[in-house]
Ligand binder design. Structure first.
Ligand code: C2O
Length: 547
């Protein structure tokens, strides 16, 4: 195993998109940032120097960071932010993970432009469970804002979402040729007729789940969230922010150009967007050659993508994702948790203030089990726990909703009264945990991509409407459920996950739609140390930033 050293300089840089030049925050002047390539078992040391004017942290999304929460990255959860002018080196080892993960800023909405792929190859000599092509191509799906994303964040945070739509969707930072002034830079995926390539698809968009397809071609899904899947062939994929999907693509169509396109599934606004198709071009080399003889490119065909509200298609796709073979899954549950999640409205304390954009003098909020999460300001949760600093958090996050009601029915607001707090849920080392995440319909039903830091979990079941604790568990898949780090709740539905709490530390769980995260759509687990040093959090590095 090797150690990879990288320097990440976080700095402002002008880039041109949609006809205009904007100064954005980048890593090493690149947008998207550098893609890292490592092998399972390798270590990384990434020295992050902050030359921007904002605090920043970097999160290695999906890396389990065993006993090493200090390298996880969410600001005020496992570390204080790296302040302008400061440096912090993230040191961690990839332990038993292969496939595609990614990294992103975990500080305000900086991940809008600060992100890149983290590609993990198997150990030298260790085989893939599928026939791995020689060529691969990463596709990072993202969003572009003409305004400073941090200004858009403030609007989202205070008004609850209305004007937070981005100005373009992007593939590897490029909107693609359906958007103005974007034709030359459209991403091209070169293929030879007959060959198979691996596409590593990452949804790094801030606030949108996406459908993705390539015209006239089928995709074979082989991995999701750096866990291999039973291969299956599909016309399209659905991918939520935070998730990754590796697919095989065979260039088996007549040589030509074909669009690879992504478009929104669900929107925070529950309104269809027209201007939302980002494209790359799958370019058969023989077609490129004959096109350039003629001095022009033939127009590519667009794949047909489902409507933004086509939940049936999204669900039919998602349920196909399974582990390749029988998995070891906890069957006796120690912590049986039921979390209601969603957006809600709270009364405004300052009537008619600009923050009160909800109906009848209310403002938007978001919560899990009626607790709207408040990030600490003076230190991180992990440091507070490790150093025994009192008053930073409490450990009374409720294991079940404080009030029972018809979560997806016609709910009255009186049943739903979120409080604000920095509440953690304590887990004993080695505890078997089940969490049912139940969407609610207080404002609108929505598929929330729920991400758990520090863990991979098994997705044992999902459904629509209210979870039924008497009948639904009997239908759980305890044989070959997929292993994920981010999973959608289903709009107006639920999802059930299981994991063993074998990674001590403080680990955030949140909706990976950043518009929701800033409204308090989060909670955190405090997983206690087990017996002995091999079950305990390692000491913090000397350069851990101070608040
Ligand atoms: Cu990918 Cu807490 O984030």
């Amino acid at each position: 195993a090797e150690t990879h050293y990288h320097e990440f300089v976080v700095e402002a840089k002008p880039v041109k998109r949609l006809c205009r030049t904007h100064t954005i925050i980048t890593v090493n002047g690149q947008f998207p940032g550098p893609n890292l390539e490592v092998r399972n078992g390798d270590s990384l040391a990434i020295k992050v120097t902050n030359r921007a004017k904002y605090n920043v942290t970097i999160h290695w999304h999906g890396v389990r960071q065993l006993r090493n929460p200090w390298a996880d990255g969410p600001e005020y959860i496992t570390q204080c932010p790296i302040q302008p002018g400061a440096t912090y080196t993230y040191r961690f080892t990839i332990q038993d993970q292969e496939g595609t993960l990614w990294w992103h800023a975990h500080s305000q909405w900086l991940r809008a432009t600060v992100y890149g792929a983290l590609i993990i190859y198997p150990r030298l000599g260790s085989p893939y469970p599928f026939s791995m092509p020689k060529k691969e191509f990463p596709l990072l799906l993202g969003e572009w804002w003409d305004r400073n994303p941090l200004d858009v964040q403030r609007l989202a945070q205070f008004t609850g979402g209305a004007p937070n739509a981005s100005d373009a969707y992007t593939i590897n930072g490029q909107p693609g040729d359906l958007y103005r002034c974007s034709k030359q830079e459209t991403v091209r995926i070169p293929v030879e007729s007959g060959e198979t390539i691996l596409l590593r698809i990452i949804n790094s968009a801030l606030n949108q789940e996406l459908f993705f397809a390539i015209a006239n071609h089928r995709l074979t899904v082989v991995s999701a969230d750096a866990a291999y899947t039973k291969p299956f062939t599909t016309r399209l994929i659905m991918i939520g922010p935070g998730q990754t999907t590796d697919v095989l693509l065979t260039a088996d169509q007549p040589p030509a150009h074909y669009y690879a396109a992504a478009r929104v599934y669900q929107t925070a606004q529950n309104a269809p967007f027209d201007n939302t198709t980002t494209t790359a071009i799958l370019e058969y080399k023989s077609a490129a050659a004959c096109d350039s003889k003629k001095g022009k490119f033939s127009a590519p065909v667009l794949p047909s993508l489902p409507a933004f509200n086509d939940t049936a298609t999204a669900t039919a796709y998602n349920v196909q994702i399974k582990s390749p073979s029988r998995v070891q899954i906890p069957t006796q549950i120690d912590d049986n948790l039921f979390f209601i999640v969603g957006l809600g409205l709270i009364n405004c304390t300052v009537p008619n203030s600009p923050r009160c954009q909800g109906p009848n003098n209310t403002r938007f909020t978001a919560s899990m089990n009626n607790v709207s999460f408040v990030f600490p300001r003076t230190t991180s949760l992990m440091q507070a726990y490790y150093n025994g600093i009192p008053g930073v958090f409490t450990t009374d996050f409720p294991p079940v909703p404080p009030v029972q009601f018809d979560y997806t029915g016609n709910v009255s607001r009186g049943l739903w009264t979120p409080s604000r707090g920095t509440k953690l849920y304590k887990l004993k080392y080695g505890s078997s945990v089940q969490i049912v995440l139940q969407d609610t319909s207080i404002v609108t039903t929505e598929d929330h991509p729920m991400h758990l830091h520090g863990y991979h979990f098994y997705v044992v079941g999902s459904g629509f409407g209210n979870f039924n604790p008497r009948t639904d568990p009997a239908k759980f898949n305890l044989i070959d459920p997929p292993q994920r780090n981010t999973i959608g709740t289903n709009p107006g539905g639920w999802v059930a996950i299981r994991f063993v709490a074998d990674n001590p530390g403080v680990w955030l769980m949140h909706c990976h739609l950043d518009a929701h995260l800033v409204l308090g759509f989060a909670m955190a687990f405090l997983v206690e140390n087990g017996n002995g040093p091999l079950q305990s959090v390692i000491p913090p590095p000397a350069d851990l930033p101070r608040c």
